[in-house]
Design a protein around this ligand. Structure first.
Ligand SMILES: Cc1ncc(COP(=O)(O)O)c(C=O)c1O
Length: 401
């Protein structure tokens, strides 16, 4: 299946091999045209209902959330609110847990050592202000959750467990269902789906999380739109720190009454236009056969690349930073060259051949520190990549090593 033809970036850059989807993916024509048509034909501010345009805009916004609800396995659209990205989603929820006094001094937040900084810093900054503690669960030599470490650290002080479903460095998939099975009813369970939802179907009911965040630009929507799934009772009982227009039922000089439902979570004019981009991205995914089809395409390509990586690893010139089992991973591959300390140069060498990869700490310094590597080169795939891209990547990598 040739998905590349759906992405105009490859018409404009015919030699481009784009392996930086872990950072952000390219946009299909249907998303670009869909957004442009929406703005040209239907755009107005929402939540007004005064005139036809506003109604059409409102309908699109609602359809967008319905599409997210379908994507997450038919949860309710009323359990979804929009933010700018995953980072904002985690910050908003973390702050709400503190503001609502669920998370207090003496409590513990348990994270994975593989977290992206987006799921570290919001907790660290709040912990400095409010006095709760943060602990990190380690990984085994096979990059999986160290369950002994989990059991040791998950004591009665743990109020929140917040973990990335997939590592943006190793591509390892962490079993969120298994994590949930370990949790007490009273533990708030947040899943960072930033690197899982772009690659495979994630159903919130199946993993039984209280909250799931994801970011639109990693799954073909535009930058600046992210979504938070928050279970109904948390949606109702937590109160966000960010407030303003649209979040209140009533305001007077002496106080205010917050709105109920998703409204109280979306302060100010929402990102209506980019919500349209998320709608069209999800419709495009559905037209391909859903995330299952994406997953199928990527796992074939992943297996193809893995073979080549392992052959190269045997030469001793590169070290691979990921699990051996291919069924527990997505198409994100990080590696280091045995005899090179300068990651910038390697990235530039690939760039000279029109191959986009990323080299550095990938906003996952705790993981890199725990593995004793300062940086890694990361090649990350998405639906538009094919075997010819992989072959070209290895031609260049072999030359470099
Ligand atoms: C696992 C993970 N979580 C969170 C994020 C943050 O995403 P955003 O920058 O869109 O907020 C990323 C981005 O790379 C990520 O890989």
């Amino acid at each position: 299946m040739n998905y590349k033809k759906d992405f105009p970036i490859f018409n404009h850059n015919p030699w481009l091999v784009f392996f930086d989807g872990g950072a952000s993916v390219q946009k299909p024509k249907v998303v670009i045209d869909g957004v442009s048509d929406f703005v040209a034909q239907d755009y107005a501010n929402i939540h007004r209902w005064m005139y036809d345009l506003s109604e059409r805009s409102e309908k699109m916004y609602h359809d967008s959330k319905e599409a997210v609800a379908r994507l997450l396995g038919w949860c309710k659209a009323s359990e979804i609110f929009y933010t700018y990205n995953s980072t904002y989603g985690i910050n908003i929820v973390a702050q709400a847990l503190v503001r609502s006094e669920f998370l207090k001094k003496g409590d513990v937040v348990l994270l994975g050592i593989w977290e992206h900084h987006a799921n570290v810093l919001p907790w660290q900054i709040l912990s400095e202000m409010f006095g709760f503690e943060i602990k990190f669960v380690g990984i085994t030599d096979e990059y999986d959750i160290d369950w002994n470490d989990f059991d040791k650290k998950y004591d009665h002080n743990v109020k929140v467990v917040a973990m990335s479903h997939v590592s943006n460095v190793t591509g390892m998939i962490y079993d969120m269902k298994a994590v949930h099975q370990k949790l007490r009813e009273s533990t708030f369970f947040l899943v960072d789906g930033s690197q899982s939802l772009p690659h495979f179907a994630v159903h919130v009911e199946e993993i039984s999380c209280d909250c799931l965040v994801f970011t639109g630009h990693k799954m073909m929507a535009y930058t600046g739109i992210g979504a938070v799934y928050l279970k109904k009772e948390w949606m109702k009982n937590l109160n966000p720190m960010v407030a303003g227009g649209g979040t209140v039922e009533d305001v007077s000089v002496t106080g205010h009454r917050l709105a109920s439902g998703t409204d109280k979570w979306e302060a100010g004019t929402p990102n209506i236009v980019w919500a349209a981009s998320l709608l069209y991205a999800i419709e495009y995914i559905e037209s391909l056969g859903g995330l299952e089809a994406i997953s199928q395409h990527e796992s074939e390509l992943t297996a193809y690349a893995l073979k080549k990586f392992h052959t190269l690893e045997k030469s001793g010139k590169i070290s691979l930073i990921w699990p051996k089992q291919s069924e527990k991973r997505v198409g994100v591959f990080s590696f280091v060259l045995s005899d090179s300390k300068n990651f910038q140069v390697i990235g530039e060498k690939f760039a000279e051949h029109n191959i986009a990869i990323r080299c550095g700490g990938h906003c996952a310094y705790p993981l890199h520190k725990s593995l004793n590597v300062q940086w890694t080169c990361r090649m990350s795939m998405y639906i538009y990549n094919d075997k010819a891209d992989v072959d070209k990547f290895f031609e260049v990598l072999e030359k470099i090593v």
